[in-house]
Design a protein around this ligand. Structure first.
Ligand code: HPA
Length: 272
């Protein structure tokens, strides 16, 4: 990991970003980026302008950092994310978490679109992450111990903070949404999984599958940041779905769920 790159990214941002810790940070995954509304904007910067970060390359990922206020809460929003499968290194993937840490923030909501493995799930459902399985073994913390990034062997007993899971449950209940807590299997992508892989992940306890979130979650947890994870089931996973998978299906599902997603994110910001 090139630590100097984080310095360059952070140095580029205006001072207002470091004046006061954000009350909450959110990372918005595929199709989630329109879920936000602000009362007052402090900074709005395309990823492409931030040295070393670069534009989001995945359709559906806007690629914009936004610092704003909503109902008196200061929010750092990362609209769109960079992924490990883009092949440009961990710095771009974990930059939102490192920036949040440098800003002094302590709460992080990670959102994503995911494939449904648990037979109870259907497209359009939401899953509050209770835990995850890293099927890949890759991890942004592999490397030297860095001051401020936690111990050599960070505990991962409760990656997704109970209190924040309860906040998401409250938001979902208020909106009459049926949500379950579930386990997210992280794969490297960029390929979707094979049916045999999905059967295997189901056997070992995964409810949903996706190509993001876990690197940021473990990095944040190691640093002592409280993490919440929320998946929108955008499709049934491979072999469960009656048709081949494609990114267009993922985007279409997030578009349909836009209004609900906005509500959940808004409630989380206010209640966490
Ligand atoms: N697999 C992996 N990642 C995903 C999926 C999926 O089925 N759907 C959305 N992201």
């Amino acid at each position: 990991m090139d630590l100097k790159l984080f310095d360059r990214m952070a140095d580029f941002l205006p001072d207002v970003c470091f004046e006061r810790p954000p009350d909450v940070a959110i990372v918005l995954g595929s199709g989630w980026a329109d879920a936000l509304s602000a009362d007052r904007t402090f900074a709005r910067i395309p990823y492409a302008d931030i040295p070393g970060l670069g534009a989001a390359t995945v359709v559906g990922h806007t690629g914009e950092f936004w610092l704003y206020e909503r109902a008196g809460r200061r929010v750092a929003a990362f609209c769109g994310r960079r992924h490990w499968y883009e092949g440009v290194g961990w710095e771009t993937v974990v930059f939102p978490v490192e920036l949040l840490r440098r800003m002094g923030g302590t709460k992080l909501l990670l959102t994503n679109a995911a494939g449904g493995i648990n037979p109870a799930l259907k497209p359009g459902d939401f899953v509050i992450l209770k835990d995850h399985i890293n099927t890949v073994g890759i991890n942004p913390l592999i490397g030297p111990v860095v001051e401020g990034w936690g111990p050599r062997f960070p505990d991962m007993t409760e990656v997704y903070t109970k209190h924040l899971r309860d906040v998401l449950h409250g938001a979902a209940n208020r909106r009459g949404l049926r949500v379950m807590e579930g386990i997210y299997a992280f794969t490297s992508g960029p390929v979707f999984e094979t049916p045999a892989e999905i059967r295997a992940y189901g056997h070992i306890g995964a409810d949903v599958v996706g190509m993001s979130t876990v690197p940021e979650a473990v990095f944040a947890r190691a640093c002592g940041i409280q993490v919440a994870g929320l998946s929108l089931v955008s499709n049934l996973a491979a072999g469960i779905s009656p048709r081949p998978l494609c990114h267009e299906e993922v985007l279409a599902a997030t578009k349909t769920a836009q209004g609900v997603m906005s509500g959940l994110v808004e409630d989380f910001i206010l209640d966490c």
